[in-house]
Design a protein around this ligand. Sequence first.
Ligand code: GSH
Length: 213
Amino acid sequence: MKIYGSSFSPYARKVIAYCIEAGIDHELVSIGLGSPDPGFQAASPLGKMPAMEDDGFTLADSSAIIHYLEARHRPGLIPQDPQGLGKAVWWDEVADAELFGALQPAFFNRIVLPLFQRREGDMAAADRAMAGPVPKILDWLEAHMPEGDGWLLGERLTLADIAIASPLVNLRHAGGTLDAHPRIAAFAERLHARPCFASSIAWEERALAKIRG
Ligand SMILES: N[C@@H](CCC(=O)N[C@@H](CS)C(=O)NCC(=O)O)C(=O)O
């Protein structure tokens, strides 16, 4: 199976981490935003990453891809009981829309524009995001973190944990800290140390250091 995307994308990173946790063989075809790669263009009707191709079947959108893979391989990373399933979908949406939604202006203007596209970022927009929407969603998340070594949906790691952990990597890249959110910090440290995130984070940090010179 091919995954088209960049591990800097929280959505692509989520799919890659899911595949590693699930033990699903995959090849990352590394592309940039709006890539003309014909395989990516064929797999992603709206030109957004990630997209995938699996035995000739193409699909875009991180959540759609993960639900397809869960149905195809049954690794058990998404609960199948109605309530567990509903909660997993909900946490995935919180991660994609609320957490990364709040953070996106900071990541885009501090990292994507200046470092990847060599264009000036809107630092005021980045600072506004980091001063308002980001702490607001982090405050909420802090109050809903699992106790101790627990997981968001109970006793085992699920898509919910992978989905929330992924944009927390972008927070780190964008210069955000979790000093005021110790429970999220402990969760992030635990999740980001897992092989499913650790190697991509190390690669991303090396790439950023190289670009920054
Ligand atoms: N809901 C989509 C969001 C995908 C998305 O917005 N990806 C961004 C990169 S992080 C993208 O490709 N943006 C390019 C564009 O909007 O044209 C998913 O979960 O995959």
